[in-house]
Design a binder for this molecule. Structure first.
Ligand code: IMP
Ligand code: MG
Length: 174
C-alpha cells in the first residue's frame, strides 16, 4: 500500500528547537563535560545536530537495543544488540532518543545505565507521545510533544524508510 507523508514539524521548526535545547544543556551543565549516549538508529540524526549546538566539551557513544517479542515485551525487557564502548563512571550522561512512546525501552535503559556508576543520567528526546505512555519515564529535555500518530523523519523510520527526511512527517495511508 502506498503511503504519503504529511508535514508535522518543518525543518526550520526542528532546527530552532534543537538550538534551544543545546543552549539549555550548555547552561545547565556549565563548567562540566557531557557524555551523550545515542540510541541507534533513530536517535542518531538528532544527536549529531544537538551535539553541534552544545558549547561544552562533549563525548559521544552509541548503543543499540531491541525489544524482546511476545509476552516479555510487556515487561519492557530489552536486549542489548550493541553495547557502549566506554565506561559511564563519573560522567554526566544524557541519553539521546528520537521518541518516547510507551516508555518501556527508555525505562529499562535508564535503570540499566544508572547502575553503571555515572554522576547522573538524564533523558533528552526529540519527540514525546505522552498519550501512549505505559511506563512512567522522566523526560528531562524534550523537543516536541506530538499527538498519537505514527511519525517519520529526522531518524525515525517506517519500515526502514524516511529516516533521512529533514523534517517530521505523519505517515498517512489513503
Ligand atoms: P517505547 O517508548 O519503548 O514504546 O519505544 C519507542 C521506540 O519505538 C522509539 O525509539 C522508536 O524506535 C519506535 N517508535 C515509537 N513511535 C514511533 C513513531 O511514531 N515512528 C517511528 N518509530 C516509533
Ligand atoms: Mg528509538
Amino acid at each position: 500500500m502506498a503511503e504519503r507523508i504529511e508535514v508535522l514539524l518543518t525543518e526550520e521548526e526542528v532546527d530552532k528547537r534543537i538550538q534551544e535545547i543545546g543552549e539549555q544543556i550548555s547552561r545547565d551543565y556549565a563548567g562540566e563535560k557531557v557524555h551523550l549516549v545515542c540510541v541507534l538508529k533513530g536517535g542518531s540524526f538528532f544527536m549529531c545536530e544537538l551535539a553541534k549546538r552544545i558549547t561544552l566539551p562533549v563525548s559521544i557513544d552509541f548503543m543499540s537495543v531491541s525489544s524482546y517479542g511476545g509476552d516479555t515485551k510487556s515487561s519492557g525487557v530489552v536486549r542489548i544488540v550493541k553495547d557502549l564502548d566506554e565506561s559511564l563512571t563519573g560522567k554526566h550522561v544524557i541519553v539521546v532518543e528520537d521518541i518516547v512512546d510507551s516508555g518501556r525501552t527508555l525505562s529499562y535503559l535508564l535503570d540499566m545505565l544508572g547502575s553503571r556508576g555515572p554522576e547522573d543520567v538524564k533523558l533528552c528526546t526529540l519527540l514525546d507521545k505522552p498519550e501512549r505512555r505505559v511506563v512512567d519515564v522522566k523526560v528531562d529535555y524534550k523537543g516536541f510533544e506530538i499527538p498519537d500518530e505514527f511519525v517519520v523523519g529526522y531518524g525515525l523510520d517506517y519500515d526502514q524508510k524516511y529516516r533521512n527526511l529533514p523534517y517530521i512527517g505523519i505517515v498517512k495511508f489513503d
